[in-house]
Design a protein around this ligand. Sequence first.
Ligand SMILES: C[S@@+](CC[C@H](N)C(=O)[O-])C[C@H]1O[C@@H](n2cnc3c(N)ncnc32)[C@H](O)[C@@H]1O
Length: 482
Amino acid sequence: MNKFLILFRWEMQPFVIPELISCCEMFDINFQIENKEKLINQGIQTPLLWINLPDEESAIKICSRAILIRAIYKIFSDSETFETLVEDLQKKSENEISEMMSNFNSYRIDVINSGKKLTQKHTVETIRKLSFIPFEANHKTVSLKNAEVNFVLINDFFDPEQPNNTSARSIKHVYFGRQISMGQGELKASYSLTERLYIGNTTMAPQLSFLVANQALAKPGTLIYDPFCGTASILISCSHFGSYVMGSDINYKILHAMINSRSKNVKRQKINLKNNKYTQKLSADQIPNIKNTFDQYKMLDRFLDISLVDFTHNCWRKQIEFDAIVCDPPYGLREGSKQLSENKKNLSDQEPTVRSSNYFPAKQQISIPSLIRFLIIFSAQHLKINGRLVFWLPTTSHFSYKDLPRHFCFEILAYSHQNITSNLVRRLITMKKVLDFDPNNSKHYKLINDIENLNQNQMKFKIKTKSKSKSKSKSKSKSKSN
Ligand SMILES: C[S@@+](CC[C@H](N)C(=O)[O-])C[C@H]1O[C@@H](n2cnc3c(N)ncnc32)[C@H](O)[C@@H]1O
């Protein structure tokens, strides 16, 4: 095993260890980290982590997938201060120096200050102080733009006990080494929502949807399904990593790009429609919709299709099996959780009660725990063994490990959380199917724990009741008239 140093992105700290473990599993990489169990349960305390990997190739593979890794380095020397690090580097043997100087002609040195901002002047001075390293004597030239090798000096100022007062932080450790590879953080920019052809109000930020894709082990040849696909942001990320993807949603308007959206493209399309200039202005492949968005990213060959489906009324053949099921289910925070209903009381005025060709069944509210139960039982029936179910769950700070939904066919692999506000905690749950679904076993049609009892104390969701909003508007109009 060889020792490497990982520099993580700090902003999504609780998600980094599950992502690292998933990336290693994806390539079947054997790895060792100290205090693994503690890190899995509590997350990392600093953005730097030592890892033992079989070889450099493994580090490159991990970086080809991880969104939350900035880079992985091979470290030549590390110490508590810059001065002692310099002393150590000066003492290096000829063999160690020739190892450091092997296989490149051009290089650059970067200075990374983790946990503190320092001036450019400080960076330049630090690089000058490293001029004793015999690069020139070994015929190496500096290239700022196209260096074959990036050397790096990392100053670790990170101090979890001083989360806000960064200027008061003092240096904790210094590392000098060579960058092996960079993570996939740039995907955030290349899949930026401002450039995306079709987005809606529920579209998930690229960083989050790529995280789901990694937890789902998306890779070439796999089949991934999102039952609440909305504008398909998670499917786009899975497809980027080579998966074939399919989705469904109950909302016709979202699937057919007929929604009110922040997207300039959707607004432009609407204006053109209104002015009846639609066909002249936009060619078929420019119309903002899900299919054309896959085309925009040159991934149309991996987009199988989307369908208009109420997930609570299963429409899939028994035999269909997915490698992963991924989703951001509706919690009523941005988009309501609905199901189709035959109940007359719920039918709105314009909907015909007879099933004519233009019949649209009414929708009614469904409780979030019921929706989660549907999701898990469906996944137990339709995932391959070792297939993964990955979904977001907005909870309150009162939600605990024992409240996680459990099923006989699944093992919980990760349940990373991120505090959004003082009482809103976003969780990403990753479950692995470990047992075949037995249609004759009544226990397989239920969850082990009764999540129906979870209420707004543990789960963060809005219950929209018509009567309340009606009575509100009534009282508003009353107060107006008063
Ligand atoms: C949080 S949004 C998903 C957003 C999506 N990830 C995106 O990128 O746009 C949840 C979606 O679930 C859909 N939905 C709600 N109830 C449903 C049901 N019973 N069956 C299928 N889809 C449903 C909503 O229409 C909404 O598009």
